[in-house]
Design a protein around this ligand. Structure first.
Ligand code: ZN
Length: 67
């Protein structure tokens, strides 16, 4: 009777969630269409829709707090 406890080695991740809209990838790894940025030492993922919308800001290395 395994409940969905954290699996060893996943560092407590519960799938990948878009930092902007909250969409979940449904898996522990980001889909290839998602992009990934490091802000203040923490990783953020952006879904394909948000990355298209915000690609310029992301490429400009602005923190999402500025968006
Ligand atoms: Zn999104």
């Amino acid at each position: 009777m395994d409940e969905e406890t954290h699996r060893p080695g996943t560092a407590g991740t519960q799938g990948i969630v878009c930092a902007l809209c909250g969409t979940r990838s449904g898996s522990d790894s980001a889909p290839p269409t998602w992009i990934f940025a490091v802000e203040n030492g923490s990783r953020r993922y952006f879904c394909d829709d948000c990355s298209r919308t915000h690609i310029r800001a992301i490429e400009g290395r602005l923190d999402s707090a500025w968006w």
